[in-house]
Design a protein around this ligand. Structure first.
Ligand code: PAF
Length: 300
């Protein structure tokens, strides 16, 4: 069966209702199009786990602070549909802005847990616009499972939390970041890099690896020292403007006094006109945790 391309909300809802009525589990991969191998990994995972695979392809104006950024965002629906089909999608929903919002929305979904932190600090309103559209996409599709990349780590936390808080019967599945051979996390925004910028872009990932090494090899458990190692790595290349480097609790993104068992390292930087983000998870070696707690107990 060829992939169905659907533009209307009613037809989309009916298509997914029919799939559920036929006993199929709906898996949803929400995207803003410009599909790359990262998106396709979400579609493939949905294909492996669900009877009906729904992909949405909608550049959501609510999550863009800057009108020029919205206009410049890459779009190629024809290529997206072919790629989604190749990864096993059953249907692609590509609504126009008017179809999505017949009236301008008066409702905003805001998850307070990580408000003011990292992405919400740098791009006020972005996560709220994302959470609002994702809630709407969930309502339209009624998926049992929904797939999000870990590359947008704070987004994943926000979506998990809104699904839990609003009792949405949706299993939010985080999927590993897909990287180019040189380590650069795949992003539709990478297309905006010049050749020279693309050449240095993997340094963003190196910065994360420098933070990971500081913890794993040098035994650093002070978050500020880990952050310094990450920043130093980016400062060594001229073209980057660092927005943040952070070593935080993976569940709520707060900075602990001393790193605990699980840490998320996150980084955001501008490279020319393009803003890039990336992150990795690190498990702090048990020996370091023991050392920190035993020195505390000796002091006590
Ligand atoms: O990650 C994205 O591409 C977008 O933020 C999403 C989840 C499709 C919402 O517009």
């Amino acid at each position: 069966v060829p992939v169905q391309l659907i533009h209307g909300r009613d037809e989309w809802r009916q298509t997914l209702e029919a799939a559920r009525a036929g006993g199929l589990t709906v898996g949803l991969a929400p995207t803003m199009g410009s599909l790359h191998a990262g998106h396709l990994s979400l579609v493939r995972r949905a294909r492996a786990e669900c009877g009906f695979v729904a992909v949405t392809d909608y550049v959501n104006p609510l999550q863009f602070g800057d009108a020029a950024d919205l206009v410049a965002y890459p779009r190629d629906l024809e290529a997206d549909v072919a790629l989604a089909a190749s990864a096993g999608a059953d249907a692609v929903f590509a609504p126009s802005a008017d179809e999505m919002w017949p009236a301008a929305p008066a409702t905003t979904v805001r998850v307070a847990t990580t408000a003011g932190l990292l992405e919400d600090h740098c791009r006020p309103g972005h996560l709220d616009g994302m959470a609002t559209i994702v809630t709407k996409l969930f309502a339209l599709a009624g998926p049992a499972r929904a797939y999000f990349g870990e590359k947008d780590y704070q987004q994943l936390l926000v979506v998990r939390r809104l699904a839990a808080d609003l009792s949405l019967p949706i299993d939010v599945v985080g999927c590993p970041t897909v990287r180019d051979v040189d380590g650069l996390a795949l992003s539709s925004r990478n297309a905006g890099l010049t050749e020279a910028e693309r050449a240095v872009a993997p340094r963003l990932y190196w910065a994360l690896l420098a933070g990971k090494r500081a913890i794993e090899e040098d035994g650093v458990t002070d978050p500020a020292a880990v952050t310094a190692a990450m920043s130093a790595c980016l400062a060594a290349a001229e073209r980057f403007t660092l927005e943040y480097a952070a070593a935080v609790d993976p569940d709520d993104l707060h900075v602990p006094v001393q790193l605990e068992a699980d840490v998320r390292l996150l980084v955001a930087a501008r490279l020319g006109t393009v803003r890039l983000i990336d992150n990795v998870g690190v498990t702090v070696p048990a020996a370091l945790l023991g050392a920190a707690s035993s020195s505390t107990s000796q002091e006590a």
